[in-house]
Design a protein around this ligand. Structure first.
Ligand SMILES: NC(=O)c1ccc[n+]([C@@H]2O[C@H](COP(=O)([O-])OP(=O)(O)OC[C@H]3O[C@@H](n4cnc5c(N)ncnc54)[C@H](O)[C@@H]3O)[C@@H](O)[C@H]2O)c1
Length: 312
C-alpha cells in the first residue's frame, strides 16, 4: 500500500449520484475522508464531510473551477448504456471519452496523487475468453466500449505527463440491491411483472462474472491505494462466473410464487453482448483485494431487491 492516509484526505467522486458512485462516496466518508460528490444530477448523500457539486463533466470551465485540491480522484461519470439502439455514439464520444479528457485536463494543473477511472471489461471485445491486462489486446465491439478504451488511453497519457499514479479498473458486471440495469434486473423485473414464466433473450449459454457493488467499492479503493507508479490497468471481476441459464434459475428461485417456467429465445442476446469473456482479476488479487460475495450471492441480492414486495 502506498499511503494509508490517502483515502482519509480529500477525494473527488464523479458520477456520485450513480449506483457505484454513491456506494463509493459513502465508503470514503465512512473512512473519515472529505469527499466532493460531483454529478450532473443531485447526489442523495447527506453528510457533513460531503461537498456537493452539480456539474456536467463535459463542461470544461466549470470543472476547472470546481475540482482542484483532491488527493484521490475517482472518475465514474459516463454514459452507461451499452445496448445498440438504446444509446448514441455521440454520447459515448462526448461524455465518456470527452468527459474523461476534460476532467484530466482540469486535473493537470494540480494533479491528485492517484486518479482512478471506472472502465469496462468490454474494452476487450467479445469471444476473447480469458482476458488479462498485459497480453489481451483491446478490441471494443461497441461505441460504449470504444469510448472507455479512449478514456483509458487519455488516462495513460495523463499519467506520463503528470508523473502521478493512474489506474483504470475494467469492471465486469457490477450489481447489488438497487441496481436497475442489465440482465439480472431485466430478468427479475420480467418475472415480477409476469410470475410463472421467464423468457430469456439468447440461448442462456453466455457466461458472466458478477461483482457485488460492495466488492467493487473495495476494488476501487484497493486500486487507488495499491497500484504502482504510472499507469496501471486492473480487471475487476469475480473469482467465479455464471451462465445466463444459471442466472435465470437463481432469479426464479427468488420468486415467492414458486419456480417459473424458463424459456430461451435462442441465438445471441443482442449485437455487442459479450458471450465469452472472462477477465482475470489476478493482478488485483495480488494487490490484496478479496471479494466477499460470489457471483450467485450478488445475483440473489439484486433479484431479491426487485422481487420482494418492497422492490415494487
Ligand atoms: N455497473 C456496472 O456493471 C458497470 C460495468 C462496467 C463499467 N461500469 C462503469 O462504472 C461507472 C459507474 O457505473 P454505474 O453502474 O454506477 O452507473 P450509473 O448510471 O448508476 O452512474 C453513472 C453516473 O454518471 C452520471 N453522469 C452521466 N453523464 C454525466 C455527465 N455528463 N456529467 C456528470 N455526471 C454524469 C449519471 O448522472 C450517473 O449518476 C460508469 O463509468 C460505468 O460505465 C459499470
Amino acid at each position: 500500500m502506498s499511503d494509508d492516509t490517502l483515502l482519509s484526505g480529500r477525494s473527488l467522486v464523479t458520477g456520485a449520484a450513480g449506483f457505484i458512485g454513491t456506494a463509493l462516496a459513502k465508503a470514503l466518508l465512512a473512512r473519515g475522508g472529505e469527499v466532493t460528490v460531483a454529478d450532473v444530477r443531485p447526489v442523495a448523500i447527506d453528510h457533513p464531510n460531503a461537498r456537493h457539486v452539480v456539474v456536467d463533466v463535459t463542461d470544461r470551465d466549470r470543472l476547472a473551477e470546481q475540482i482542484g485540491g483532491h488527493r484521490a480522484v475517482f472518475h465514474l461519470a459516463s454514459n452507461t448504456e451499452n445496448r445498440p439502439g438504446h444509446a448514441s455514439r455521440w454520447i459515448d464520444f462526448d461524455v465518456t471519452a470527452g468527459g474523461a479528457v476534460a476532467l484530466l485536463e482540469a486535473l493537470t494543473q494540480s494533479p491528485p496523487a492517484v486518479t482512478v477511472l471506472a472502465s469496462s471489461q468490454l474494452v476487450y471485445g467479445d469471444g476473447v475468453g480469458a482476458a488479462d491486462e498485459l497480453s489481451t489486446p483491446l478490441r471494443p465491439a461497441t461505441a460504449f466500449a470504444a469510448a472507455k478504451a479512449a478514456a483509458e488511453a487519455f488516462l495513460c497519457s495523463y499519467a506520463h505527463r503528470t508523473g502521478t499514479r493512474a489506474v483504470c479498473c475494467r469492471l465486469a458486471n457490477v450489481i447489488g440491491p438497487g441496481f436497475g440495469r442489465g440482465v439480472v434486473a431485466d430478468l427479475a423485473t420480467r418475472l415480477r411483472d409476469e410470475p410463472g414464466r421467464l423468457r430469456v433473450l439468447g440461448d442462456g449459454r453466455q457466461r458472466r462474472s458478477f461483482v457485488h457493488v460492495d466488492d467493487c467499492v473495495s476494488a476501487l479503493l484497493c486500486a487507488a491505494l495499491g497500484a504502482g507508479p504510472g499507469f496501471t490497468a486492473l480487471n475487476v471481476s469475480n473469482l467465479d462466473s455464471l451462465t445466463i441459464a444459471e442466472v435465470a434459475k437463481l432469479i426464479g428461485d427468488c420468486s415467492v410464487h414458486g419456480a417459473p417456467e424458463i424459456e430461451f429465445a435462442g441465438g445471441a442476446a443482442w449485437h455487442g453482448d459479450a458471450t465469452a469473456l472472462f477477465p482475470d482479476a489476478g493482478r488485483l488479487l495480488r494487490l490484496g483485494w478479496k471479494p466477499l460475495h460470489s457471483s450467485s450471492e450478488a445475483v440473489r441480492a439484486t433479484a431479491q431487491g426487485i422481487l420482494s414486495p418492497r422492490g415494487r
